[in-house]
Design a protein around this ligand. Structure first.
Ligand code: ADP
Ligand code: MG
Length: 257
């Protein structure tokens, strides 16, 4: 069969905000099981591209395909059903919830059975069983990220780095196949950054696909086998780290601003 399946295909993506064209006909592909970096100067359109892929923004043009399915203009809550997830910052209203509660929530929200459950009290045994399985999954993930000791800690009390771990742990709770990470290392100290990277590599070996936006070019070059460079809303270059670092246009885009 095919050697490299395409997990995500973005084709001619356009997003405008008033007079600003934030994403200007961007096209790229992400291979299944790869760790792909998305880089580019500030304002290049990286975050907007993520938002268009995951339904935060509705694109003004172009298409997004995930595992062969057309998901253009998808609603954010539908992403989980497809196995596509982006990390998002722990919202203020979650700061008072413990790490454990924060991890229970996404899976519960994902479950479409909540409604009939509330009117069918005799389903309790099932509910308890599901709850138990969910808890087991939460503990597996806590163990994986080595954060069991903060399970009962309020999310608002976590350090910046711990919060990043929680954000990724939350994303994994919905059992995705592809993760979009927007600056997952921002504000993370070097020790924890290494840990986080180890976890990402481990997950990748398990078969997850990663698309990572990161401003630290060295980090991307050292950890990704494929790099996409955006500039002024478009894809300027695509290729392996060696090709990208020696690309004249890329160098100019970074130096020229
Ligand atoms: P990056 O993540 O690469 O730094 P962004 O996608 O955040 O870039 O932004 C791309 C461009 O779109 C920038 O000029 C930014 O100011 C603009 N932009 C992003 N989001 C909005 C928005 N919600 N409303 C208006 N302009 C926006
Ligand atoms: Mg951004």
């Amino acid at each position: 069969g095919q050697q490299n399946d395409v997990e995500l295909k973005v084709d001619g993506l356009v997003k405008r905000f008033g007079g600003i064209t934030a994403v200007d006909s961007a096209s790229f592909e992400v291979e299944s099981g790869s760790m792909t970096g998305l880089i580019g100067p500030n304002g290049a359109g990286k975050s907007t591209t993520f938002h268009c892929i995951t339904g935060i923004h509705r694109p003004d043009g172009g298409s997004v395909r995930f595992q062969g399915n057309d998901i253009t203009g998808i609603r954010p809550y539908q992403c989980a059903d497809y196995g596509l997830v982006r990390t998002f910052q722990i919202a203020r209203e979650m700061a008072n919830m413990t790490v454990l509660e924060n991890l229970m929530l996404p899976a519960k929200q994902q479950s479409g059975e909540q409604l009939w459950r509330s009117v069918m009290p005799f389903a309790r045994r099932d509910v308890i069983e599901e709850e138990r399985e969910l808890l087991e999954r939460v503990w597996d993930i806590l163990e994986f990220f080595e954060i069991e000791h903060i399970a009962e800690e309020k999310a608002g009390n976590l350090s910046g780095g711990q919060r990043k771990l929680l954000e990724m742990a939350r994303a994994l709770m919905i059992e995705p196949e592809m993760l979009l990470l927007d600056e997952p290392f921002a504000g993370v100290n070097p020790t924890l950054e290494h840990k986080l990277l180890d976890h990402i590599h481990e997950l990748r070996e398990e078969g997850y696909t990663f698309l990572i936006v990161e401003h630290d070019m060295d980090l991307i070059m050292e950890n990704c086998e494929r790099v996409i460079v955006m500039h002024q809303g478009s894809v300027l270059a695509e290729g392996n780290p060696e090709t990208i670092t020696s690309n004249e246009q890329v160098i100019e885009a970074y130096l020229g601003g």
